[in-house]
Design a protein around this ligand. Structure first.
Ligand SMILES: NC(=O)c1ccc[n+]([C@@H]2O[C@H](COP(=O)([O-])OP(=O)(O)OC[C@H]3O[C@@H](n4cnc5c(N)ncnc54)[C@H](O)[C@@H]3O)[C@@H](O)[C@H]2O)c1
Length: 252
C-alpha cells in the first residue's frame, strides 16, 4: 500500500519549485494529483512527467486571487476524481524587498492577495467538498517568515503569519467535520522564487547557506516529504500544528 493511495490532492502553485516536487512525490505514492497553477506550460509538462512515471495527474489553470476560478477548479477536480481528500495551499510570491515605510499599497496588496486571500478562497471552496466526503487534510504553506522576523519583505512576513493562524483557527472550526488543517514552515529552499530574489547577487546562495545551522539551504524534496506526511493518514492525529523544516533556522 502506497502512502497516499487513491487520495485526490489539489496543489495550488503546483507547477514549480516546492509544489512541483510535491506533486511528483504524491503521485509516486499513489495520489491522483490536481495541479492548479497560473503557468499552463509548466503545469501541462508536469502532467506529462507524472504520467510517464505511471502516475495520475490533471492540470487546471488557476489564479488563486480569482474566486470564481478557484470555485470552478475544486468543482472540476471533485467531479473528475469523485471527491477531494487533500488540498495544499502552496501558491505564493515573495514580493519586492523594501522596508515598510517604502512599500506602496499596490506592492502590499499583490502579496496579500495571492498569499492570504488566495488561501482563504481555496479553503472556502474546498471545505464543502471535504464535508460532503467525510473529511480531508488541508495544508497552508507558510514559512520561517511566518514564525520569526528577518528584517526584510514585511508584507511577505505578514502574509505567512496570517496563513499560519488561519490553519489553527480552521483546525478548530472543522475538526467536527474530520477536516485537518496544518501549516508547514520551510527554511530557504532553492526554487525559482528564491533564485529570483538573488539574481543580482552572486554570493546570495552562500549567504543563505550560512543562515541555516545545518550549513546549507534546503531543496524542494525536503518540504515535499513533510507535505506528503501531512496529507497522508500517518498524521491523522495532527491538526492545528506547525511543521517546521528549516535546517535549524528558527532554533536560534
Ligand atoms: N522557496 C523558499 O525558500 C520558500 C520558503 C518558505 C516558504 N515558501 C513558500 O512555498 C510556496 C512555493 O514557493 P516556491 O519557492 O516553490 O515558488 P515558485 O515560484 O517556484 O512556485 C510558485 C508557483 O506558484 C504559482 N503562482 C504564483 N501566483 C499564483 C496565483 N496567483 N495563482 C496560482 N498560482 C500562482 C507560480 O506560477 C509557481 O508555479 C510559496 O507559498 C512560498 O512562499 C518558499
Amino acid at each position: 500500500m502506497k502512502r497516499v493511495e487513491n487520495k485526490v490532492v489539489v496543489v495550488t502553485g503546483g507547477a514549480s519549485g516546492i509544489g512541483r516536487e510535491t506533486c511528483l512525490l504524491l503521485a509516486k505514492e499513489g495520489a491522483k494529483v490536481v495541479i492548479a497553477d497560473l503557468s499552463d506550460k509548466d503545469g501541462k509538462k508536469l502532467v506529462d512527467d507524472i504520467e510517464s512515471l505511471g502516475g495520475v495527474a490533471k492540470f487546471y489553470h488557476l489564479d488563486v486571487t480569482n474566486e470564481q476560478e478557484v470555485k470552478d477548479v475544486y468543482a472540476k477536480a471533485a467531479k473528475e476524481f469523485g471527491g477531494i481528500d487533500g488540498s495544499i495551499n502552496n501558491a505564493g510570491i515573495a514580493g519586492v524587498d523594501k522596508p515598510t515605510h517604502e512599500l506602496t499599497e499596490k506592492e502590499w496588496d499583490i502579496v496579500m492577495d495571492i498569499n492570504v486571500k488566495g488561501v482563504f478562497f481555496c479553503t472556502k471552496h474546498v471545505v464543502p467538498h471535504m464535508q460532503k466526503s467525510g473529511g480531508g487534510s488541508v495544508v497552508n504553506v507558510s514559512s520561517i517568515y511566518g514564525l520569526v522576523g528577518a528584517g526584510d519583505i514585511p508584507h511577505y512576513h505578514a502574509s505567512k503569519a496570517a496563513v499560519r493562524l488561519m490553519a489553527k483557527n480552521d483546525a478548530l472550526t472543522y475538526a467536527k467535520d474530520n477536516i485537518r488543517f496544518n501549516s508547514i514552515h520551510p527554511g530557504f529552499i532553492w526554487t525559482p522564487l528564491v533564485e529570483r530574489m538573488g539574481k543580482e547577487d552572486p554570493s546570495f546562495r552562500k549567504h543563505l547557506d550560512s543562515l541555516h545551522p545545518i550549513g546549507h539551504i534546503g531543496e524542494p524534496m525536503d518540504i515535499a516529504y513533510g507535505l506528503l506526511f501531512l496529507i497522508s493518514d500517518e498524521s491523522k492525529f495532527m491538526t492545528g500544528s506547525e511543521l517546521i523544516i528549516d535546517g535549524g533556522y528558527t532554533c536560534q
